[in-house]
Design a binder for this molecule. Structure first.
Ligand code: NAI
Length: 385
């Protein structure tokens, strides 16, 4: 199999490395020669590091490099079986790219997009043969993150998602299939991890260090929400929040916060700019959490109830199967447990009671419980049985 990748930035270069490591020949194209050079250097450095740690032989590293062709010329895509684009997140650019690409590739070549926030249907609509278009969404950094979301569009031919699933599995990744809805699985279900944490902070019930402590020390999450947002960067995380909110026709459940918007506007992007929710400048002292167990439990319960409700609602709306929802959150964002398994463990009635109490308190649509959660409680049942 020969694979073409377009865009050799953070994602494209990582994906090219994954696919060449799996044994396929890869053409990696970028319109910017410097970006191509950077990609070649960065893949080479990574492979060298891996071989110095004994995770690859020098021979294997050289073979992987040999399978990669760095190019500025899409004429070479005529022999590709699959082309995946990872260029800028701009619908017009992606549509134009696919239009031009269709003139270069064979009729059988599958066209895939790594978009995080555009609908696959809107990209496929630009193609003569939209039935060959599909979303293959990697996570950053692609060589390290096991999860890959596969998203068939309304136009995608039957069976293609399953074919791509087996292919992605053969690359050593964990594929899940998601419906073409905003945020797919991970970027939808994870929203309350950030949004509800910020809400608690805005209300003044707890400071950021205490909320982060509750989620890590008591909840078992690898990073607290504020540390994680600072790590991802508010330029990225705020934009995703805004785009999911708009794409859901402004459903109040996904409403962004002014707190994060102001950080974004101020250029306080987090770790990369030296300041976000926390201050990372030299000499800055990180705030200490309160470590009040009772308050910590309340914070954890509230954020967890919101996360579980989001996962249950995604299940109710057939965004993904139960198995794929659990895999996505454990493999994609390293949650300590799948959210449906967590709901069963805590008791769905307990989660519903928490959400209903929040709804009663605020009368905001944000806290509406999913009808599926209510049904499971009514039937005295569980999610995973
Ligand atoms: P990036 O900005 O690092 O790289 C984009 C590359 O595409 C640049 O090297 C640019 O020169 C090239 N490019 C732009 N237009 C082109 C064209 N018409 N033809 C050829 N090359 C072109 O972007 P990044 O972060 O790698 O993102 C790429 C895509 O992956 C976007 O759709 C993004 O939403 C998606 N994505 C990004 C993730 C992330 O964490 N960065 C995670 C998952 C998906």
């Amino acid at each position: 199999m020969i694979v073409g990748i377009i865009g050799s930035g953070a994602m494209g270069s990582g994906i090219a490395q994954v696919i060449a490591t799996a044994g396929h020949k890869v053409h990696l194209l970028d319109k910017n020669a410097q970006a191509l050079q950077r990609a070649a250097q960065s893949i080479k450095d990574t492979l060298r590091k891996m071989s110095s740690k004994g995770r690859l032989s020098e021979n294997e590293a050289a073979e992987i490099m040999d399978r990669l062709n760095f190019t500025e010329n899409n004429q070479e895509f005529g022999n590709c079986d699959l082309v995946l684009e990872a260029v800028v997140e701009d619908l017009q650019v992606k549509q134009q790219l696919f239009k031009e690409l269709e003139l270069m590739v064979t009729d059988e070549c599958v066209l895939a997009t790594n978009t995080s926030s555009l609908s696959i249907a809107s990209i496929a609509a630009a193609c003569e043969k939209p039935e060959r278009v599909i979303g293959i969404h990697f996570f950053n950094p692609a060589p390290l993150m096991p999860l890959v979301e596969i998203i068939p569009a309304v136009q995608t031919r039957n069976g293609l998602a399953e074919e791509i699933k087996y292919l992605v599995q053969s690359w050593g990744k964990v594929p899940v299939i998601a419906k073409d809805t905003p945020g797919f699985i991970v970027n939808r279900v994870a929203r309350p991890f950030y949004g509800e944490a910020i809400r608690i902070y805005e209300e003044g019930s707890a400071d950021i260090a205490t909320i982060d402590w509750a989620m890590t020390a008591l909840g078992g999450f690898k990073m607290g929400p504020f540390t994680l947002m600072d790590f991802i960067g508010h330029d990225v995380n705020y934009r995703v929040t805004e785009s999911v909110f708009a794409s859901f026709f402004y459903d109040p459940r996904y409403k962004p916060s002014f707190t994060q918007k102001r950080l974004f506007e101020a250029g306080y992007f987090g770790r990369k700019s030296g300041r976000g929710f926390y201050n990372y400048q030299e000499g800055a002292v990180l705030p200490e959490p309160t470590k009040d167990e009772k308050l910590g439990e309340q914070i954890l319960t509230r954020i967890l109830a919101m996360l579980i409700n989001e996962a249950v609602d995604a299940l109710a709306m057939h965004v993904a199967t139960k198995e794929d929802l659990e895999l996505a959150m454990t493999k994609g964002v390293n949650y300590p447990k799948g959210l449906l398994a967590w709901a069963d463990e805590l008791g769905p009635e307990h989660i519903l009671a928490n959400l209903d109490a929040l709804y009663k308190e605020y009368h905001e649509d944000r806290y509406r419980a999913s009808p599926l959660l209510r049904k499971v409680v009514r039937e005295n049942s569980t999610f995973l049985g």
